[in-house]
Design a protein around this ligand. Sequence first.
Ligand SMILES: [Zn+2]
Length: 297
Amino acid sequence: MPKMELTCPTCKQKHFLSVTDSQAAGKDPIYLLCPNLDRRYRLMGFYIDTIRGFYSTPALKEQADSNTEHLKAMLGHENFEQKFERWLKIEYPPLGLIDEYPEKITQIINTYSSGYFYPAVTSTCCLAERILNRLILRTRDHFRSDPHYKKVYRKESFDDWGKMITVINDWRLVPKRAISIMKELMLIRHQSIHYNETFNFEAIASDAINKLIAAITDIFGVINRKDIYLVFDVPGEIWVRHEAQKHPFVKEFVLPHCYYAHAVQDIDFEKKKITERLGEIGPLTDEEFVQLRKTAK
Ligand SMILES: [Zn+2]
């Protein structure tokens, strides 16, 4: 591959880069990403649900009433008071979840609120099992030299919760509290999925759902994951900490929801185009990056 020397439009220094023959001949454009700039991942795709907060804030009574009407239309007028009571029993995190979970949790909450306890409990356990599977399947290639790898590299799915939880714990994929909640959900799963003539699905439902949501929040939440994110250190923005970028969980589940750029930049969301400008040359600490970003806005 031919090498070319270019004067960088961003930092004005000269960079060498490999180009294709047609780029060297001037037939194809050359895109130069200045190698002198420190870049970070900024989280863009996350889900916010502040609806439950309407009910505890007197000033938001109008919004609360309008949501109640919406629930009535969605869940049905019959026995609505009980449906609403159940809806209120669910503890939902107000700020920030990534990935596929908000939509799936909402389906489970609506099923439970409507009074369908058997599908609510079994789908809670299924979603928890899906999470354990995804954590292992998506990250296992980062652990090729780990003793657990030979046990998990070939399978397309797993149903042994005990083994999955051990692997996830040993690979430090999720916070400790999420591990203990998953162990509690494992007991509920065994009781509800394995045949058990007198199992009371109604009695366990809200507890099971709240445990699932707590585990999902511990893992896929944003505001609580200060180990991964710089949450609003730059007002209104969430950036991934430099150290966290290397973590297999972050690589697989967080970075796909981010864009990657220098602190000083213009972004055109419609055209999905980022134009970087020179802020500072060379690597930055998280604090320096935040300061630079603040002054650049
Ligand atoms: Zn440059």
